[in-house]
Design a protein. Sequence first.
Length: 188
Amino acid sequence: MGVEAEPEITRLLRQAEGGDAGSLSAVFEALYPELRRIAMARAHAGDHTCSPTVLVHEAYLRLTAGAPLSLTSRKHFFATAAKAMRWIVVDQARRRGAGKRGGDQVQVTLSACLAAEADDGELLALHDGLDLLDRISPRRREIVEMRYFIGLEFTEVAELLGCGESTAKREWAQARAFLHSVLADADD
């Protein structure tokens, strides 16, 4: 993620917020290689219905459908893309019939690359845990989405959030601890 592209991306996002639909398309076009790299790293292993190309295009469709988005920066764009990718992966898991609840709860071990390895039950459990985390700390939820769903490195997360790398790591550790606790309680 180069800082040199930020002013152009920010300008296009402001134009999109002002109603210029072509500007958001231009943002996607400019960031497509990066989004595809992210999606390739995050594509659900063995899931041929969710190729990196499909994931990026589905995220584009979700972000451009309906009311104009209020995206003000590169950080905001990637946070929104991460959330869209999260919902796409979760929706696909639900469609595959993995939405069972109750005694078959699955314990989730969070790592930066879990999305590529998680089964449907783990993804749905994590999704529910992220909803709880969002009530306590939207920033920590955002860090989990950036690390887990789009695979950003701590340096990239820190740059997007405007904080130090050590802060991003500390927030990640706290989010993981919270999610492990929530998911362990749900397992009991």
